[in-house]
Design a protein around this ligand. Structure first.
Ligand code: UDP
Ligand code: MG
Length: 311
């Protein structure tokens, strides 16, 4: 069986259509499936719609969070609930074309040694150029820091049961699905898809939430920024030695009153470096604090499923 996991946040205009479109395609291709909707604390009628769907349609599982925990948590909740031999993650807005699921499914089915089928963006769709720039920078940083090539990666993936079990066992609270599913290894095949227009509503990501997501994803996944602090410190030390020698020479030659500007500039520069470094360390400290609290990644309020599914 194939489990299709669909995180949904304020998607009242999408859930029903998505459920219909995906079910139809699955039935056309005679794929045994379940749709696992995770309602990520929506403020609109998404949960009401999902409740109705579990009554009117087969093969629907609906999970309701107690509040908005973010897409990452929704993905992991879906993975936990899914019962399929393989799981596909897709967005609720049909930007990930459901036809590609069939393509991924066939690759997985016909190649027993393929565990992950990754769908990459053939083009990035209609995206704001500034956003495009930042996402390129973001992936470059990730590649430099952790060696994972994730440009054009998306959360649209098919995972074999063994990968899902592995991911479910990973204990960290601060997750970055895209990188974690890469990190676990396994044999990966790639398909390409064209990013579609959003079916209804608009993107849930604000600039602020994207920046936050980017910073959290990098720091959840690599400690390279901490090493950066050491490197900057070493560079500053070299500068300090050079300037120190210069200052001493000046003093012995009797020109010690000059160089006031240098002092001010150095003070400002070193001061800001120290503050940035402390900030980076503080950020990691905060992450450690959050991890160590051992709070759950999400809280499930309700769990419903179509009658045919048994529970
Ligand atoms: N989403 C979620 N929780 C959030 C934000 C988004 O579950 O806090 C879901 C959303 O419902 C959608 C998917 O994540 O299914 C992608 O969101 P969106 O389409 O807004 O992002 P974009 O396509 O612009 O990257
Ligand atoms: Mg979208």
């Amino acid at each position: 069986m194939l489990s299709i996991i669909i995180p949904s946040y304020n998607e009242e205009g999408n859930v029903e259509n998505t459920a219909n479109v995906v079910s139809e395609i699955m039935m056309e291709n005679k794929i045994d499936y379940e749709l696992v909707f995770v309602n990520d604390g929506s403020k609109d009628k998404t949960w009401e719609k999902l409740t109705q769907l579990t009554r009117s349609m087969d093969n629907i599982v609906a999970i309701n969070f107690s509040r908005n925990f973010g897409k990452e948590s929704a993905i992991f909740a879906g993975l936990k609930e899914a019962k399929g031999d393989a799981c596909v993650l897709m967005d609720c807005d049909l930007q990930h074309p459901p036809k590609t699921i069939v393509e991924m499914y066939n690759i997985w089915k016909n190649n027993p040694d393929i565990d992950i089928v990754e769908a990459k963006k053939a083009d990035r769709g209609k995206e704001n150029p500034i956003y495009k720039c930042f996402s390129l920078l973001f992936y470059k940083l990730i590649r430099k820091a952790s060696g994972l090539e994730m440009k054009d990666a998306s959360d649209f993936k098919l995972l074999d049961r063994r990968v899902v079990d592995q991911l479910n066992e990973m204990p960290e609270r601060l997750t970055f699905f895209r990188a974690m599913s890469n990190w676990v290894g396994y044999n990966t095949a790639t398909v390409y898809f064209e990013v579609q227009e959003r079916f209804d509503g608009e993107s849930k990501w604000s600039v602020k939430s994207l920046i936050k997501y980017a910073i959290n994803s990098i720091t959840a996944f690599t400690s390279a920024p901490l090493q950066l602090v050491t490197i900057i410190g070493a560079l500053m030390f070299i500068c300090a030695v050079v300037l120190g020698i210069q200052t001493l020479v000046m003093k012995f030659m009797g020109h010690s009153a000059t160089g006031f500007t240098t002092v001010i500039l150095l003070l400002l520069f070193i001061g800001s470096m120290i503050m940035i470094s402390l900030g980076i360390i503080g950020h990691y400290l905060a992450k450690i604090y959050e991890e160590i609290k051992q709070r759950p990644r999400y809280i499930v309020r309700d769990r419903l499923s179509s009658k045919k599914n048994g529970d």
